[in-house]
Design a binder for this molecule. Structure first.
Ligand SMILES: C=C(OP(=O)(O)O)C(=O)O
Ligand SMILES: [Mg+2]
Length: 422
């Protein structure tokens, strides 16, 4: 019987130059695989704990404690277990930690090992990761959400909303959609240049120009779609991640670029207005994680026509999602494995969402690496959507390029495109 024979970790760099965990697992048959954990900037308050050293090394951001936890306690707890029982391996780490949020071991330690175990199991069986995690039923290529203008805490510009994304919905397959999106991206660069705006990139590879309202980025993207020769709304739609938890101030939400502070109701009206003017099909974190009344209002006003995605709101946590489902809040969930801490728990949340008709958007973090685990994971779970930045930074294209590869392998692959929102 094949078992987990060695577990180890080292500290490596993420795409922002911050240290993160790379975990490696070796099986008794000699199979050896690794995984690198991502890291967020606009994190939800209820996310699992990312263990940081807090000393002077790397300005307090080192992860040597998490690395040590993998090399000692985690290794001791899971060596000898079967790599083919992911739930059991993940449960052993959960039990070892003993807290709700991986407060002892660190979710960065646990997730790294969890992903490396899945990868090693797949390799040992000689099948791709998406096939191992999703079985014969894994066949939906996700529609990408490409973040082409960055603001908020992902860039040093004036734009308040964090992400302005395009979604290639009117295409027959993933590769065509990705190509068209990249064309829009290049046209956007020309348009920004011609306006004399900055074309420096934010953390996720979108441009980070100073624009004078939160509507203006949508206008320039509309121009870019047209200039690239595509029909906005039919072929390329727009998605936003406001990351509104980051905008909370005394008395409401602060929109610095517009020099005003608005209430939840006013912000919801702003979205209603934007959705009436532009082909916006998805809004993520339109209200803050603590503003469930605002979320309720948003869901009542737009929930029947726009995808409303809870990120900071649900933090990939099945119990919080269950509360949201019961209260009729949002209609979709962002899936970030490091918010919850293991592969199995991520799958549990996706199952709950899918059973209740909530859409699932697999997602990267703003701090990423060359690891493309989420590309396979999105296909495995038939998520239908993935958000992983623009096509102009290697840690983001790693995911898109992996999906292009998967697309050639999945015989009966489905690309949902416009049917996602019908
Ligand atoms: C990807 C995101 O950013 P971060 O990783 O900083 O939370 C997000 O908010 O959806
Ligand atoms: Mg978000």
């Amino acid at each position: 019987m094949i078992f987990i024979d060695e577990v180890s970790a080292i500290e490596v760099m993420d795409s922002r130059g911050n240290p993160t965990v790379k975990a490696t697992v070796q099986l008794s048959d000699g199979t050896r695989e690794s995984a690198v954990v991502p890291s967020g900037a606009s994190t939800g308050k209820r996310e699992a704990l990312e263990l940081r050293d807090g000393d002077a090394r790397y300005m307090g951001k080192g992860v040597l404690k998490a690395v040590e936890n993998v090399n000692s306690q985690i290794a001791d707890a899971i060596m000898g277990l079967s790599p083919f029982n992911q739930a059991m391996v993940d449960a052993a780490m959960k039990e070892l930690d003993g807290t709700e949020n991986y407060g002892n071991l660190g979710a960065n330690a646990v997730l790294g090992v969890s992903m490396a175990v899945a990868r090693a199991a797949a390799k040992s069986l000689g099948i791709p990761l998406y096939r191992y995690l999703g079985g014969a039923n894994a066949m939906v290529l996700p529609v990408p959400m490409l973040n082409i203008i960055n603001g908020g805490s992902h860039a040093d510009n004036s734009v308040d909303f964090q992400e302005y994304m395009i979604m290639p919905i009117g295409f027959d397959d993933f590769s065509e959609g990705l190509r068209a999106s990249s064309e829009v991206y290049h046209n956007l660069k020309t348009i920004l240049k011609n306006r004399g705006a900055n074309t420096a990139l934010g953390d996720e590879g979108g441009f980070a120009p100073d624009l004078s309202s939160n509507e203006e980025p949508i206008q320039v993207i509309m121009e870019a779609i047209a200039k690239a020769g595509y029909k906005a709304g039919e072929q390329i739609a727009i998605a936003l991640d406001v990351a509104a938890s980051e905008l909370v101030t005394e008395g409401g939400y602060r929109l610095d670029s517009e020099n005003r502070t608005v209430t939840s109701a006013q912000l919801v009206d702003y979205y209603v207005d934007l959705c009436s003017k532009y082909p916006i099909v998805s809004i993520e974190d339109g209200l803050s994680e603590d503003d469930w009344d605002g979320w309720k209002l948003l869901t009542e006003k737009l929930g029947n026509k726009v995808q409303l995605v809870g990120d900071d709101l649900f933090v990939t946590n099945a119990s919080i999602l269950a509360e949201g489902i019961e209260k009729g809040i949002a209609n979709a969930i962002l899936i970030k494995p490091n918010q919850i801490g293991s592969v199995s728990e991520t799958m549990l949340t996706v199952r709950l969402a899918q059973r209740n008709g909530y859409k699932c958007v697999m997602s990267h973090r703003s701090g990423e690496s060359e690891d493309a685990f989420i590309a396979d994971f999105a296909v495995a779970l038939n998520c239908g959507e993935i958000k992983t930045g623009s096509t102009a930074r290697g840690e983001r294209t790693a995911k898109y390029n992996r999906l292009l590869e998967i697309e050639t392998e999945v015989m009966y692959g489905e690309y949902l495109g416009s049917s996602l929102f019908n």
